[in-house]
Design a protein around this ligand. Sequence first.
Ligand SMILES: *Cc1c(COP(=O)(O)O)cnc(C)c1O
Length: 456
Amino acid sequence: MAYFDGIKVMLEEKEYPTHWYNIQADMKTLPPPPISPATGKPAQPEELARIFPAALLAQEMSRERWIAIPDPIREMYRRWRPSPLYRARRLEAELNTPAEIWYKYEGVSPGGSHKLNTAIVQAYYNQQAGIKNLVTETGAGQWGTALAIAAAFFGMRCTVYMVKISYQQKPYRRLLMESYGASVFASPTDRTQAGRQILAQHPDSTGSLGIAISEAVEEAMERDDTNYALGSVLNHVLLHQTVIGLEAKQQLAAVDRYPDVVLASCGGGSNFGGIAFPFVQDLLSGQARPKVMAIEPEACPTLTQGTFAYDFGDTVGMTPIIQMYTLGHDFVPASIHAGGLRYHGDSPLVSRLYHDRIIDARAYRQSQVFEAALTFAKSEGILPAPESAHAIRGAIDEAIAARESGERRVILFNLSGHGHFDLTAYDDYLNGRVVDVPFSSEWTAESLRALPQVES
Ligand SMILES: *Cc1c(COP(=O)(O)O)cnc(C)c1O
């Protein structure tokens, strides 16, 4: 049986998830298939097979509800899974709320965030397919770190295009990836055509996730022994992350709880989908009615201010065109500290659920987020990643609302990672250098004009 020591809930081995949950089995409206940028028609499996292994493509399109977690992956998950589910008793006391606040802590993974949950799976299927080198992009560095660890586990090489501004501002993240054996380049580089094209137009470009994706995809297209790995957005990535929500559901059930509110920060949607989808399943089947909310930064408010449209996943326009909420593929957000939440688009699955009003979203300014982060750190002892702190802000506001209405609600959020590599951001906040810039639709006026035309 699972056990609860008053602070955290842990599961017994026989309760560990054996399958991931595929929400595509239960959604009434599914996202349309990706469109090839070359033909303007649905992308052919052969096009995608140049950069992804067949097993991951099969998962990407699968409608099967439960997909078995391969044994070697279950074994690796044990290094840090099940992750603990904490009751935030000290935070509850600090807020003087009748609400219960529970959080799943993904910072216990060797990479310090939830991203290793999918990185090892992607490395595994690629290794099985005979791939020798994985190439990817990274913004803040968490995804690059996770893939570097996963590649090391499976004896593969790993190449990371790191957004130039992060490369310059976060030398320790780069060194961490290099310590695991990865090669890291500041994007835009002159190694790829995409990078050279950007540099010709903007020699001083500090890069963006969209540009780094273009570079990584180009390298993967050109080499047979090399595949591309994406840390979020795609269906198979969200699938792998559902291990978080499946564990959380079991852990809460062990203490006879079910959440009234489920929250997670949302960049590309993998950490949100990971914790939320097993609960959205209950919403879709009518079994329960939790409020499920994605939290994003006001500086990059993809769901709350973006447009539901077809767009490229990258800046240069090399990736398939997908239907999602987007701020436009050449949107470059103001430099906020939550680097992992700066993507212009969002997962098609999360986008569809939001469009159909099954889930909710909210945006916060940076100062609100850092204030919540420090309240949390002082009461619970964990310094959160700035990305994760968005969910904390949402949870605190829900707990305050419960205090005002005298309601006893159960709040669950995902603490996606720790902030030990984000101390520069805390330095800025503590010294008054975090400036809030309220969203203006002028920011996206131009980028939204550049959306690709797709006949649907
Ligand atoms: C990457 C990241 C996120 C956001 O990513 P998603 O694509 O939305 O999953 C949130 N928290 C941490 C700690 C991250 O590393």
